[in-house]
Design a protein around this ligand. Structure first.
Ligand code: SAH
Length: 254
């Protein structure tokens, strides 16, 4: 299948109706058709959006609406968030050109997503945490933040170029790549394990989890990998429970 059909463009709480229309146009120009909006407000001027979409009104009509990022990308493998800023929570950001092959390799077989933030405040740190990769578009220090639809264009252009290159062959994989839904289950279970085993204090958990998310996002995580990670956490939780029970009944620990 055409990998571009497996790429979802996600706009988180877009504020400008015109931007939504411009994004539709950019997407159609670059052969990408799946548009998801998270919590668009009720005062959007859809006529304005349609004017800016021009001949991409079909994408605007086909838009899907979701209540949260986690729900929007639950079925996706690679989820690339975009940020105008670098630094804290974003210091592993890559160029669109570096992340494009990672998205496309996965999009040959699975759903993937590119996530764009609010025009005024971008993506929250919780939303960035759901993303497996972060993209930063280099821009002038004098004004680093691009218009939303321009940022979508730069990213989609790299994907379009790579997909059009017929010499590009995405690698075949043995075990399917795992979804965001499964990843989130792993992170949930691992946080419980880290607290119960007293590996880290509750106030350090958030920071530790960011590190862990980054480690697990560095390579491809397959369904098999995710099942092993879930099993390991499950077994550790069980052992800690047994140990605590024995301690309470003053038996020697196992
Ligand atoms: N003031 C916000 C900028 C929001 S711009 C902030 O500092 O985060 C709206 C969205 O466009 C961003 O959330 C991001 O998705 C995208 N964007 C804008 N400039 C970008 C850049 N230089 N690199 C990557 N994405 C960018």
């Amino acid at each position: 299948m055409n990998p571009l059909e497996n790429i979802r463009i996600v706009l988180v709480e877009p504020q400008s109706s015109g931007n939504i229309g411009s994004v539709c146009r950019v997407m159609k120009n670059m052969g990408i058709t799946d548009l998801a909006l998270i919590n668009p407000h009720e005062r959007h001027d859809w006529e304005e959006a349609r004017r800016l979409a021009c001949h991409a009104g079909d994408l605007l009509n086909a838009r899907k609406v979701f209540p949260s990022l986690e729900k929007t990308v639950a079925d996706c493998t690679v989820v690339a968030g975009t940020s105008a800023r670098t630094g804290l929570h974003r210091d592993h950001a890559g160029l669109p050109r570096e992340i494009a092959p990672i998205i496309l390799d996965s999009a040959a077989y699975h759903k993937t997503a590119l996530v764009f933030g609010r025009e005024d405040t971008g993506l929250t740190k919780e939303e960035l945490a759901v993303c497996t990769h972060i993209i930063n578009i280099p821009s002038s220090k004098a004004y680093q933040s691009l218009n939303l639809s321009h940022a979508v264009m730069v990213c989609c252009y790299e994907l379009f170029l790579l997909a059009a290159d017929s010499s590009y062959q995405p690698p075949r994989e043995r075990s399917p790549e795992t979804s965001v839904e499964m990843r989130e289950r792993v992170y949930e279970r691992w946080s419980q394990m880290m607290i119960k085993t007293e590996f880290c204090a509750p106030e350090k958990l958030e920071h530790m989890m960011l590190g862990l998310r980054r480690i697990f996002s560095r390579g491809k995580l397959t369904d098999n990998d995710a099942r092993i990670l879930l099993g390991l956490a499950q077994q550790s939780l069980w052992v800690v429970d047994q140990w605590k029970k024995r301690k309470e009944s003053s038996e020697p620990p196992i």
